[in-house]
Design a protein around this ligand. Structure first.
Ligand code: DSN
Length: 417
């Protein structure tokens, strides 16, 4: 079998599909807050020779020979992760955020133990105890709620709910919550009932690394995260924890729930941790927030309702009920204009998850392209115009599509690809 053909020569069919995707990414606006553009360096690491080797185990304790560079690589990734976040210990082998959560539970809990989080419908994640996920089937899941008046975390209310359930583990960290999370308050709540505190910072990881969101490190026993969202690394995950849980966590990851680590992804994680510590990353994260606030403010000026009235982070939750259009319809409509958003449940949503009454736009991707507040205003105006005028008017949608293309050309990605 030839080994040295280019991708294009070896498989023109897959190569062509990739080219289509590259063109899509170049000419559309990435407004899904859990997505981002990895740097060329991160992508190169993912496509490197590190993909060719098994390295089960940990640095200095491998079950395969020939791991000298893998030990050096993984230790570097661990050291960079602990240095970046100020954590005692890092496990960088997790393939996904769901697996990071699974490993954290596996390390700290027995089957049937009580866990407590927000529901998916109020901003939590499937792996936070949803009955359709392993987390709601292997553990006894309970949920605290948002304050019905404000749709925000109300720590006094959560304390009361936690005291009733007395969970063994409390999860703080969400997929659709636009406000600051007070991890110190969650620590106090966990201490009241002797629970572990797990922070799932998948969404806000970059903000935390840049100190534009308060860190959970002094307060949480275990922190799980993906590495590809605001952190802008490869598609993957990690766990940070206190030293006292390091061995339990490592054992839960390997051999507990995973075998061979994806060393090429660990290489890319190392690169992204370095990039996140570099000059410019903090300003990038600040701009993500400023952009999100500008996007939200213009949407409000256009008559849109934001859950909690605004945002402190990288995402908005837009309640579309006053616009007589569902989240699914809006996301499909905006896609025709090149603005890619995802539908999302809003607190108390009367619609099912397949339809929803909300969308969840976010700004990490647009900010990576170099866009600032003036561009956010344009994007919000186009979103509003599409919803207000475009539903029965393909010409309006076509016009917006043209404007989106022009904006994308003015803020290119991967110029030499
Ligand atoms: N990928 C997460 C998000 O979009 O928030 C959900 O798993």
């Amino acid at each position: 079998m030839p080994m040295n053909r280019s991708w294009r020569q070896a498989d023109p069919q897959v190569y062509k599909i990739m080219q289509g995707e590259l063109e899509r990414q170049k000419t559309t606006l990435m407004l899904i807050p859990s997505e981002n553009y990895a740097s060329r360096a991160v992508m190169a690491a993912m496509g490197s020779v590190f993909t060719n080797k098994y390295a089960e185990g940990y640095p200095g304790r491998r079950f395969y020979n020939g791991c000298e560079f893998y030990d050096e690589l993984e230790q570097l990734a661990i050291d960079r992760a602990t240095g970046l976040f100020g954590a005692d210990h890092a496990n960088v082998q997790l393939h996904t955020g769901s697996q990071a959560n699974m490993a954290a539970y596996y390390a700290l809990l027995e089957p049937g133990d009580k866990i407590m989080a927000l529901t998916v419908a109020t901003g939590g994640h499937l792996t936070h105890g949803s009955p359709i996920s392993f987390s709601g089937q292997f553990y006894e899941s309970h949920f605290y709620s948002l304050d019905p008046e404000t749709d925000r975390l109300n720590y006094d209310m959560i304390l009361e709910q936690v005291k009733e359930v007395r969970p063994k583990l409390i999860i703080a960290g969400y997929s659709a919550y636009p406000r600051i999370i007070d991890f110190r308050k969650f620590r106090e709540i966990a201490d009241e009932v002797g629970a572990y505190l797990m922070a799932d910072i998948a969404h806000i990881c970059g903000l935390v690394a840049a100190e534009t969101h308060p860190t959970p490190v002094p307060y949480a026993d275990v922190i799980t995260s993906t590495t590809h969202k605001t952190l802008r690394g490869p598609r993957g995950a990690m766990i940070l924890c206190r030293q006292q849980y390091a061995e339990q966590i490592d054992r839960a990851v390997f051999p507990g729930i995973q075998a061979g680590p994806l060393m090429q992804i660990i290489a890319a994680k190392a690169v992204c941790f370095k990039e996140a510590g570099e000059f410019g990353f903090r300003e990038y994260q600040r701009q993500i927030i400023r952009n999100c606030q500008a996007l939200g403010q213009t949407l409000q000026e256009q008559g849109f309702t934001l859950v909690t009235g605004g945002t402190d982070n990288h995402l908005l939750l837009v309640d579309l009920r006053n616009k007589s259009i569902t989240g699914r319809e809006t996301a499909d409509l905006l896609e025709t204009t090149g603005m890619i958003v995802n539908k999302n449940l809003i607190p108390g949503d009367p619609a099912p998850a397949t339809e929803t009454s909300g969308i969840r736009p976010g700004t990490p991707g647009l900010t990576s392209r170099g866009m600032k507040e003036p561009e956010m205003k344009l994007v919000a105006q186009w979103m509003a115009r599409a919803v207000h005028e475009g539903r029965d008017n393909p010409e309006v949608l076509e016009e917006i599509r043209g404007e989106v293309r022009e904006l994308c050309e003015a803020f290119p990605i991967y110029e030499d690809l």
